[in-house]
Write a protein that binds this ligand. Structure first.
Ligand code: UT7
Length: 332
């Protein structure tokens, strides 16, 4: 029997209009443009403003653009997955809300929580529904409103993160394109180094939890950095090896955008030159689950059918992974 694969047949994206520059951050915390640029590669990030607007707002905008570009009737969507760690609320899931907002009334929908690796987890899961033959049109969204959980008095975190969302459409194909292979990992012993401690069942919201800043993302940056460099490089090399890919075979590395130094280390380990590395950290910072689909959104015009992409990420959990994806259409 011919193998069914899940091909990405379109990409949509949304970033808010408000631009938070390094210069503005200089007025908020003890930092400077030179430190942020040389240590992270970030110049600016987008921030979602407006009362009552959560991650679903950005996700719905990204999905609406995706449906328009791919000429898809929302009622044809069978499944909609949202990867996020900043859901609108603990329940219902943000995916439920987004499906309603875009008119995907025949889909079932759910969220995936895997921080910066969320899009890799969601893409892999969505692809399985296509490969099994049970679902024909699956929308996979990755996005976060990180500004909702960032303490803008903490210079260790506020300079890194931004808001944004991307979405892809998955459809079946019998051609040798689409999601070819994925390696995903997690290690909960890393939770202590990167988390948002309160607001869940362990520490429900109280005056004390708010006063102790426990509803903000907290990160032991240097420790996470070390794990990220090692694991992202190793897992990218592993997915290349498993698929007999040399650095010459890889058209694009699509790396999570947490820190330009982590990206450079991963590319160097894979033997991949800068011109083959997708990069948008300078203008969006780290958008957590939004990063990987936003990269494909930004670079879509330059992609050609048959291009070999390696998607790689490392993030809170710890979670990490890499996907070998063969691009399915010529960008236009
Ligand atoms: O996306 C999810 C996964 N997250 C990541 O992959 C992030 C990984 N971590 C990082 O990207 C980096 O660790 C950071 C960008 C967060 C921090 O960079 P670093 O090079 O690891 O800095 P550090 O925390 O080791 O701090 C070095 C120095 C310290 O000063 P002293 O003790 O050497 O005098 C910090 O106090 O830089 C200082 N510092 C700052 N200075 C100006 C820390 N943050 C800032 C800042 N502006 N924003």
């Amino acid at each position: 029997m011919t193998k069914i694969r899940a091909a990405i047949t379109g990409v949509g994206g949304y970033v808010p209009d408000y631009i938070l520059t390094n210069q503005e951050l200089e007025t908020m915390v003890d930092t400077n443009d030179e430190w942020i640029t040389t240590r992270t590669g970030i110049k600016e990030r987008r921030i979602l403003k407006g009362e009552g607007k959560g991650t679903s707002h950005m996700a719905a905008e990204a999905v609406k653009e995706l449906l328009k570009k791919t000429n898809t009737d929302p009622k044809e969507i069978d499944l909609l997955i949202v990867a996020t760690v900043t859901p609108d609320m603990p329940f219902p899931s943000t995916a439920n809300l987004v499906a309603d907002m875009v008119g995907a009334s025949n889909s079932f929908s759910y969220d995936i929580s895997a921080a910066c690796s969320g899009f890799l987890y969601a893409l892999t899961t969505g692809a399985k529904f296509i490969e099994s033959g049970t679902h024909k049109k699956v929308v996979v969204v990755g996005g976060d409103k990180m500004s909702s959980i960032i303490n803008y008095k903490d210079r260790a975190t506020c300079i890194i993160f931004g808001d944004g969302c991307g979405a892809v459409l998955l459809e079946p194909t019998t051609e040798h394109v689409g999601v070819i292979d994925s390696v995903l990992k997690s290690d909960g012993s890393g939770a202590q180094y990167l988390s948002m401690p309160a607001g869940g069942s362990r520490i429900p919201a109280t005056h004390a939890s708010v006063e102790a800043n426990l509803h903000y993302a907290q990160q032991e940056g240097a420790t996470v950095f070390k794990f990220a460099v090692t694991n992202m490089a190793e897992i990218s090399a592993e997915v290349m090896q498993r698929n007999n890919l040399t650095s010459n075979d890889v058209t694009w590395l699509v790396p999570h955008q947490a820190n330009k130094r982590i990206i450079d280390a991963t590319a160097s380990r894979m033997g991949i030159t800068d011109d083959k590395v997708m990069m948008n950290i300078e203008k969006y910072g780290n958008t957590t689950a939004g990063t990987l689909p936003l990269l494909m959104w930004d670079y879509e015009k330059r992609l050609k059918k048959g291009d070999n992409l390696i998607l790689a990420a490392f993030g809170g959990g710890f979670t990490w992974g890499a996907i070998y994806l063969k691009w399915a259409y010529d960008g236009k």
